[in-house]
Design a protein around this ligand. Structure first.
Ligand SMILES: Cc1ncc(COP(=O)(O)O)c(C=O)c1O
Length: 423
């Protein structure tokens, strides 16, 4: 689809030309003046030459408005209901979403909280992680995974990822266990779950707690099962996520009643379920807004359809790009939900520039791995110690990915990528 460079009149240039035309038609105060002597058509084209306008496709990285427009009626109704009820904190609407999401994950319990970061932190607190403990995770993640560990007072320990899926390498996880290791946090990055059989077996052998960071993995499956495979998982509903709120939001999903009860209290100032001014323990304010819960409840009904669309776009990208770049790898028996579609190339910067010029927005997830961030320098992990993670940071480029992408948009992105490598 090569529309670039075609000539047309923009609406405003046409309007301006039309105004000039009308001005020319109005009898002049001085009918012998210069305007009245000119043929109208000439006047228009002399004064307003054709303007070259840009008909290249503009493809955003994510288009939340396009998604909203597909569900506008039911979404507006849900929001209006909350506004009419003016019940913005806690209450049955929050619980209704929690029940729906727990059911969706095949989990016993769900607690809606303020963000995915809150969910990770609260789950770690509930699991008893704290000062003196070491928690093994990956550096190839969004920083919140690691911040949550630090905020409990524990020390994060990084292991590298395997090169195919860029997920925690189970062998390196086992090698990193020390007597201080209390827990492991596998991150189901980009929408694909880690090798949970091996991670759970190693954790069991060494008596370690497992908490899944499922912030990017709503609807992802491992051997037909969704998180939490280990018992407890943290989800983010950040707006751009596969299930995204219209603001910050997150949830802890768990099979464990004790974890549930701890978080029910802690996320709401130590109050028992349904309570208000009775504080059984010291907690804090980590509640999910009821408005966000209502928004998420509407969106959850569409998640399977959106996941199918993402998977179709990913298959389309992969079929056309696999010979020129490294495309995401989908392991057998895992259902990748393509929160992101990162390709790998040594020419990342040049390709990104080429795509930008062609109207295609891209992203980098993540340009600086957590162990090389200034705030984690104190851990003493040097460049070169996590080579696969560092290579990901240097070579990955995420292409546009959202359900409402059209086939022709995906084709246009592929055309542009292929054109870049033909040069
Ligand atoms: C892997 C991962 N963990 C944790 C988080 C934190 O979630 P939130 O932004 O909702 O706090 C995110 C969000 O981007 C994430 O991608």
């Amino acid at each position: 689809m090569r529309l670039a460079g075609r000539r047309c009149h923009s609406i405003s240039s046409r309007r301006r030309a039309g105004q000039a035309l009308n001005a020319a038609k109005i009898p002049s105060q001085n009918p012998t003046g210069p305007l009245s002597n000119l043929p109208i058509v000439d006047l228009r084209f002399r004064r307003f030459p054709a303007i070259t306008c840009d008909l290249r496709m503009k493809i955003p990285f994510v288009d939340l408005k396009a998604q909203y427009l597909t569900i506008q009626k039911e979404m507006d109704e849900a929001i209006k209901t909350i506004l009419a009820e003016t019940a913005f904190i806690m209450g049955p609407r929050k619980e209704a979403f929690e029940n729906d999401f727990a059911r969706y994950c095949n989990a016993r319990f769900c607690i809606g909280v303020g963000s995915g970061t809150d969910a990770l932190y609260l789950a770690m607190k509930a699991l008893g992680i704290g000062p003196g403990d070491e928690v093994i995770t990956v550096s190839n993640t969004f920083i919140a995974t690691v911040e949550a560990i630090s905020t409990t007072g524990a020390t994060p320990r990084f292991v590298d990822v395997e090169p195919q899926g860029q997920l925690m390498d189970p062998a390196l996880f086992e090698a990193a266990i020390t007597p201080k290791t209390k827990a492991v946090v596998p991150v189901h990055l980009f929408g694909q779950m880690c090798d949970m059989d091996r991670i759970l077996a190693i954790a069991k052998k060494h008596h370690l707690i497992v908490l899944e960071d499922a912030a990017q993995a709503h609807a992802a499956e491992y051997q037909g099962k969704r998180s939490p495979l280990c018992g407890t998982a943290a989800f983010s509903f950040y707006p751009g996520k596969n299930l995204g709120a219209y603001g910050d939001a997150g949830a802890v999903v768990t099979q464990d009643e004790k974890i549930y009860e701890y978080i029910v209290r802690f996320h709401n100032h130590g109050c028992p379920k349904g309570g208000k001014y009775e504080h059984l323990s010291i907690g804090f304010g980590y509640r999910l807004d009821t408005l966000q819960a209502a928004i998420l409840q509407v969106k959850l009904r569409h998640l399977d359809k959106w996941t199918g669309q993402r998977r179709a776009h990913a298959a389309h990208y992969t079929s056309r790009l696999k010979d020129v770049v490294t495309t995401p790898h989908e392991f057998p028996n895992r259902r990748h939900v393509y929160h992101l579609y990162p390709i790998r190339t040594q020419q990342r910067a040049e390709l990104a520039k080429h795509l930008q010029a062609a109207g295609v927005s891209t992203g980098i997830h993540y340009p600086i791995p957590v162990h090389l961030q200034p705030c984690y320098e104190f851990l003493g992990v040097k460049r070169g110690q996590l080579p696969v993670t560092e290579q990901c940071a240097d070579t990955m480029l995420s292409l546009p990915m959202f359900g409402e992408l059209t086939e022709s948009q995906v084709d246009y992105v592929c055309d542009q990528v292929l054109a870049f490598f033909k040069k």
